[in-house]
Write a protein that binds this ligand. Structure first.
Ligand code: UGA
Length: 485
């Protein structure tokens, strides 16, 4: 079928620049729900596009494969021809990555907008008709304004109009398809000009195919951009809050899960994001908070910046505390001891390891000359090796093969280990045969649960020395043994 004939079937065309965790699943959902719309996902990485066009998708998300199978080649197309994707589209989502800057002004805090600006310049250069440009990547407040300037400055002689809208994504990894199918809200920010309001209506029309109208929220551009950062900051803040309390629980004999339940049953507080853990990870929480901190500092709002910075500080403290606890429990030395790491992803149901607490814990243990054996049901060995290579601060003389082994089963990883550490809450870790694991370990055998998913009492009865985040020591539930404040 010629391109023209193929296009004539479609009423409207949207494209997305960036075929990553957000772009791929979001466009797949639009293609599924809007069969009359042609959806093109473009990326400069041919390797990434080849994966999207293969049976081995570049990301793992429950339910994604089925949707890709139903839509790919029908109204969903993956291409590395970004120019054509811009020309063909009426509406262009920009979903390129915006990592924390590693250089220059704002280093370590501000978002690196290099990719976003390049995308805007490409659109301005290539576009031959009016385009609606949608910010899908998380961006600092007022980025849309800069983007409009880039677009207009480069497209003036062509007399083309551009509208820039903000439409932040709120999907979480591991539940992306569910979040996309039934979002709590869809947020669309746009200027008040007639043209921009028309663009907003167009985007609302797309979402209305499956999202109830009352869940589609339209705001001004800046509110939309800021809401994305604030939503992630609030979520991360809850995790840091409960993690702060977990440290206090360990000192007092309170159980953090009981405290979280009691507190979360207050309807005003709610029970979500109160699961104490070894520390939050993922590509967004830290990045977005740092970005928020940077914006506040830029406006000289020092107290506000310090307030949000503390969420990150507490998260670092939690990871450090966990690593220290392992070392202290193992008689203050892990040198040449084998530590089994169960779970490497930053949370369950994803193979993503960005900012995962596991890398931090492993690095800490490696500095103490431990031997690490890792099992994760979803993270590839290639990814784990990359993650270690990316660390600048590995101990002197570190040789990956000598210090780290990656296993295909949890049982293999735990064999001859001095301790096991659960760092990702994979459901399958709850069902392991811990008697078998215990029998294969060096004694005394330790179990450190960084996700509070194990039955520590049961493990204790098997002979394990156990530790759970914010959990009373199993032996010292007896109040006489609990330290007093
Ligand atoms: C997060 C937000 O939840 C999404 O709404 C947002 O769209 C996304 O960032 C983004 O900006 O892209 P995600 O990073 O995929 O999603 O994962 P979360 O489920 O939020 O978990 C983040 C981290 O917090 C994980 O390491 C998780 O294990 C940890 N966490 C979460 C806890 O330790 N305790 C909890 O109670 C909840």
């Amino acid at each position: 079928m010629s391109n023209e004939a193929k296009d004539s079937q479609f009423e409207y065309c949207v494209s997305c620049l960036g075929a990553g965790y957000v772009g791929g699943p979001t466009m797949a959902m639009i293609a599924l729900k809007c069969p009359e719309i042609k959806v093109i996902v473009a990326d400069i990485s041919k390797k990434q596009i080849d994966k999207w066009n293969s049976d081995h998708l570049p990301i793992y998300e429950p339910g994604l494969e089925e949707i890709i199978k139903a839509t790919r080649g029908r109204n969903l197309f993956f291409t590395s021809d970004c120019t054509q994707a811009i020309i063909d589209a009426d509406m262009i989502f920009v979903s390129v990555n915006t990592p924390t800057k590693k250089y220059g002004i704002g280093k370590g805090k501000a978002a690196d907008l290099k990719n976003w600006e390049l995308a805007a310049r490409d659109i301005a250069r290539v576009a031959n008709a009016p385009k609606i440009v949608i910010e899908k990547s998380t961006l600092p407040v007022r980025t849309a304004h800069s983007m409009l300037r880039v677009l207009h400055a480069n497209a003036n002689e062509k007399k083309i109009s551009f509208s820039v809208l903000s439409n932040p994504e709120f999907l979480a990894e591991g539940t992306a398809m569910r979040d996309l199918a039934k979002p709590d809200r869809v947020l669309i920010g746009g200027n008040t000009s007639k043209e921009d309001q028309h663009a907003v209506e167009r985007l609302v029309w797309i979402y209305e195919h499956w999202v109830p109208k009352e869940r589609i929220l339209t705001t001004n551009l800046w509110s939309s951009e800021l809401s994305k950062l604030v939503a992630n900051a609030f979520l991360a803040q809850r995790v840091s809050s409960i993690n702060a309390i977990s440290a206090l629980c360990e000192q007092t004999g309170a159980d953090v899960s009981e405290v979280a339940r009691a507190v979360g049953m207050d309807g005003r507080i709610g029970d979500k994001f109160l699961q104490a853990s070894v520390g939050f990870g993922g590509s967004c929480f830290q990045k977005d908070i740092l970005n928020l901190v940077y914006i506040c500092e830029t406006f000289n709002l020092k107290e506000v910046a310090a307030y949000w910075q503390q969420v990150i500080t507490l998260n670092d403290y939690q990871k450090e505390r966990f690593a220290q606890r392992i070392i202290k429990s193992l008689f203050n030395t892990v040198a040449d001891k084998s530590i089994a790491i169960l779970g490497f992803a930053f949370k369950k149901n994803t193979g993503d390891t960005r900012e995962t607490a596991a890398v931090y814990i492993c690095k800490h243990l490696l500095h103490e000359h431990a031997k690490i054996s890792i099992f994760d049901p979803c993270v590839t060995s290639e990814q784990i090796i990359n993650d270690f290579n990316e660390y600048e601060a590995l101990p002197d003389g570190f040789v990956f093969e000598k210090c780290v082994t990656i296993h295909k089963s949890a049982y293999d990883a735990c064999k001859n280990a001095h301790a096991i550490c659960v760092l990702t809450e994979w459901d399958e870790f709850k069902e392991l045969d811990y008697k078998k694991i215990y029998d294969s370990m060096v004694k005394p055998a330790f179990a450190f649960d960084g996700r509070n998913i194990l039955d520590l009492e049961k493990l204790h009865k098997l002979g394990f020395e156990t530790y759970g985040i914010g959990k009373p020591n199993v032996e010292s539930v007896d109040m006489t043994k609990v330290s007093t404040v």
